[in-house]
Design a binder for this molecule. Structure first.
Ligand SMILES: Cc1cc2nc3c(=O)[nH]c(=O)nc-3n(C[C@H](O)[C@H](O)[C@H](O)COP(=O)(O)OP(=O)(O)OC[C@H]3O[C@@H](n4cnc5c(N)ncnc54)[C@H](O)[C@@H]3O)c2cc1C
Length: 307
């Protein structure tokens, strides 16, 4: 099996998440080549062919041009799958490439088993397996689903990629900074997050008390935000903030991939969950099997005694 991995750059710098593509190829046991619109100053570390298109010439983002460049790399490489991250770059480009190749597209892949791809469904509560029937497939990978640890270094063999530059239908104007978050969890040393397991809005202040007692910030999972128990500026995860504190406490949080993607770089993770089999237990350094509403007041009292 051979993959063409589509790396991403922003402002000329390789994006971090692109390394997850390598982890996916390793997990699938696939050969791979890389594609990137970027510059030689910022390249992925890998021992593989890298089809490099010049960012100055082809732009930071131009769906039509970047699609044509990818198709040119596909022509050279003849991969079985073209693999993107499920980012704004990937989810915009992948369908264009899939249509051009008449290939099936599988979006937000979280696992691969024997040529079948697992994707989340029912708002991340369940997974379903799909098996494309086209000879070639276009995939987007859910951020955080594939571990980067096993990725080896190396220097890519660069193949400069050029196509005749035709006018695209969309011009890239620039990036616009998102509105400044009222809570900046990204710099916090300690983040204590409330999940759906806290039960109701009136219980969230207790988790805030624990955050305060530890000198940390209050975070939350998406259902807590969707229910209006917390402002979105507190949300941790793929559609919230990505945090890397020294201590992360997950209170009544199951450990869905989209949440884990936002906190997996935490140095030490404590999870409080009444279900000992909750997936958060797989990444937690300490799993406290308890009712969060009983355990947290006791913990706050204990911290108070020691202060
Ligand atoms: C495109 C997309 C983007 C998403 N982005 C995000 C995101 O950015 N961030 C995010 O968090 N989610 C995100 N999600 C949602 C995600 O898939 C999960 O649904 C969500 O993370 C689950 O939140 P939770 O763990 O709080 O709730 P649940 O999955 O309902 O888990 C609640 C947990 O609390 C435990 N519990 C229940 N009662 C108690 C109690 N009394 N004491 C202790 N434990 C208890 C349960 O055992 C369970 O493990 C996204 C989903 C999609 C589809």
């Amino acid at each position: 099996m051979k993959f063409l991995l589509v790396a991403e750059s922003r402002d000329g710098k390789l994006c971090d998440v692109s390394h997850e593509l390598l982890a996916f190829a390793a997990e699938a046991g696939a050969e791979y080549a890389y594609f990137q619109v970027g510059s030689e100053e910022s390249l992925p570390c890998c021992d593989a062919t890298l089809y490099l298109a010049d960012r100055e010439r082809y732009g930071e983002y131009s769906p039509d041009l970047h699609k044509e460049l990818i198709l040119a790399a596909v022509e050279w490489e003849q991969p079985d799958a073209v693999v993107f991250m499920h980012s704004s770059y990937g989810w915009d480009l992948a369908p264009r490439v899939a249509v051009a190749l008449q290939a099936a597209q599988v979006s937000e892949v979280v696992a691969i088993n024997d040529g079948e791809y697992e994707v989340g469904c029912c708002n991340g509560k369940m997974r379903r397996s799909v098996k494309p029937t086209t000879p070639r497939v276009v995939l987007t990978l859910q951020s955080g689903a594939f571990n980067q640890k096993e990725v080896s270094g190396g220097t890519p063999q660069i193949v400069p990629l050029e196509i005749e530059k035709a006018g695209g239908q969309i011009d890239f104007i620039g990036y616009e900074e998102a509105e400044k978050k009222s809570v900046d969890l990204t710099r916090a040393d300690i983040v204590v997050s409330a999940g759906r397991g806290v039960g109701k809005k009136e219980n969230v202040p207790l988790i805030a008390d624990l955050a305060r007692a530890l000198g940390g910030e209050l975070g939350g999972s998406r259902p807590v935000v969707d229910a209006g128990w917390l402002d979105h500026s507190h949300q941790v995860g793929t559609t919230g903030q990505v945090v890397s504190p020294k201590l992360y406490m997950a209170c009544g949080i199951s450990g869905a991939i989209q949440h884990v993607a936002g906190m997996k770089r935490s140095e030490f993770v404590v999870a409080i969950n009444k279900d000992r089999d909750a997936p958060i237990g797989e990444i937690a350094d300490v799993l406290v099997v308890a009712d969060v509403m009983q355990f947290v007041p006791a913990l706050i009292a204990r911290i108070g005694q020691q202060a």
